[in-house]
Design a protein around this ligand. Structure first.
Ligand SMILES: C[S@@+](CC[C@H](N)C(=O)[O-])C[C@H]1O[C@@H](n2cnc3c(N)ncnc32)[C@H](O)[C@@H]1O
Length: 224
């Protein structure tokens, strides 16, 4: 069964002196995630926002491969923001901006970030492992923000486990879902149809479903 971490560094994982945290799942999944994203991002330029960046390891890995893209990590957890900043400094990469504090459930988070000097029009938005470990209003805020920020040709990549037509795609995801809901009844593996409805309410549409290892998927949304 997939494990989940609400706060890295409190899970017994490695904590470096400079605040860099480590997500064990990053090491298992980042190559497959990059393989899926790179089909769209390679050869393009622009701004990519990551929300719920966690440790910051994904953004560093992706930024290494895309010097023409400016990466904007964000999170709302203070320890995670410190870790993202530390990974950014450790990488020495020029195409990663300082992390923004973003609470996806806060109304107007996208406009507030723009006003504070954040990205204006996104080539892409990337969000991994957030909507099932957060109440539904976080997903609502995420799609609202995506609609406000994406360029006409931009894409929103949503990674995680998802249900299809109300059914889990694997027994391990069903067990995971139960453990999530036991931890917090407002959490849980989301159904693709519910996310498509949320997308439609925000003038977005599901363009592609990419099957990923370990019964995960990447849902790719664009403007409808
Ligand atoms: C399971 S972690 C995933 C981290 C990273 N994306 C990854 O896949 O390794 C979920 C992340 O979402 C963040 N998060 C949860 N609720 C949030 C909210 N309302 N706004 C922004 N970030 C949130 C948490 O702080 C945490 O960093």
């Amino acid at each position: 069964m997939a494990e989940y971490v609400v706060e890295f560094g409190k899970d017994g994982g490695r904590v470096e002196a400079d605040g860099r945290l480590d997500a064990p799942a990053f090491h298992r999944n980042h190559q497959a995630i990059w393989a899926a994203l790179s089909g769209f991002l390679s050869g393009r330029s622009g701004d990519v926002l990551e929300v719920g960046s966690g440790t910051g390891q994904h953004v560093v890995h992706f930024a290494q491969a895309t010097p023409a893209i400016t990466w904007w990590p964000s999170d709302y957890n203070e320890q995670h923001l410190k870790s993202i900043a530390a990974w950014r400094a450790h990488s020495g990469l020029q195409n990663i901006r300082a992390p923004f504090r973003v609470d996806l459930s806060a109304p107007g988070w996208a406009a507030a970030m723009q006003q504070e000097g954040g990205p204006q029009q996104l080539l892409a938005l990337f969000c991994a492992n957030v909507v099932h470990i957060a109440p539904w209003p976080v997903a609502e805020g995420l799609f609202r923000g995506a609609a406000e920020l994406l360029r006409a040709d931009g894409r929103f990549f949503l990674y995680g486990p998802f249900k299809r037509d109300g059914k889990h795609t694997a027994l391990s995801n069903a067990v995971f879902d139960t453990s999530l809901r036991e931890g917090n009844p407002e959490w849980g593996v989301r159904d693709i149809a519910d996310l498509e409805e949320l997308a439609a309410r925000n003038s977005l549409a599901l363009r592609e479903v990419k099957e990923m290892p370990a019964n995960n998927m990447i849902l790719v949304f664009g403007r409808s």
